[in-house]
Design a protein around this ligand. Structure first.
Ligand code: FMN
Length: 216
């Protein structure tokens, strides 16, 4: 199977089709990111706000999972989840992370690295309340990433959480968190069909943002 699998995987096309230009480079990578996000939405990229969040566990081993970006502000890139989950524990012990987005239809990748902080009770509660009843119930009931030995226990816990939320729509799980990744570097990668890809990285220091090109 190995040779067949290798040939099969190597036959998959990558980075085909027409892609846009990199576009102008404003002073702030946040401005650039929001421009690209708007262009991704206009180009019909599905779930353009899905991003891979990479963290590091207590033994130094990386971990990554997709999640949904909730906001992008001058402070940084916002996402949310349960503080007891592996990502929450990892961020508590080592509050640094990377967020990576790939917009296939446009041959674009964005890589964000920086320090993560909790957004505080008010913003976490607002994020929780903006979820659907079911999403709130799942978040409240779930012991996320623990072994699920009895699926019926999960169903019963979600049903009970739905009842609780319907009887008290102001209920907020006290383990829900909004986190903000404050970037210290942001890279914009633009595919070129001729393989002369373009890469520009922004770095932040005491004088603010600067950017330069990278070898592809
Ligand atoms: C497209 C997509 C969006 C997701 N959005 C979130 C999210 O916003 N928050 C979250 O905690 N998990 C989200 N998940 C689930 C995570 O990928 C992951 O399974 C979960 O957070 C547990 O990760 P952990 O064990 O590393 O903490 C999403 C998964 C996918 C595929």
């Amino acid at each position: 199977m190995t040779e067949d699998t290798r040939s099969w995987i190597r036959s998959f096309p990558t980075l085909g089709g027409a892609v846009p230009d990199l576009g102008p480079l404003p002073d702030s990578p946040i401005t650039k990111f929001l421009e690209w996000l708007e262009e991704a939405v206009a180009a019909g990229v599905p779930e353009p706000h899905a991003a891979a969040l990479s963290t590091v566990d207590s033994t130094g081993v990386p971990d990554a999972r997709f999640l949904i970006l909730k906001d992008v502000t001058d402070e940084g890139f916002w996402f949310s989840g349960d503080v007891r989950s592996p990502k929450g524990v990892q961020l508590g012990a080592n509050p640094v992370a990377a967020l990576t987005l790939y917009w296939r239809e446009q041959g674009r990748q964005v890589r964000v690295r920086g320090v993560v902080r909790e957004g505080g009770r008010v913003l976490s509660a607002r994020d929780f309340r903006e979820r659907s009843v079911t999403a709130r119930a799942v978040a409240a009931a779930s012991r996320q990433s623990e072994s699920l030995l009895d699926p019926q226990e999960y169903t019963a816990a979600v049903e009970s959480a739905v009842e609780r939320i319907e009887s008290d729509p102001t209920y907020v799980s006290d383990t829900w968190r909004a986190w903000c990744l404050a970037p210290d570097s942001v890279e914009f990668w633009q595919a070129d069909p001729g393989r002369r890809h373009l890469r520009w990285v922004y770095h932040c220091d005491q004088d603010g943002w600067s950017h330069h090109e990278l070898w592809p």
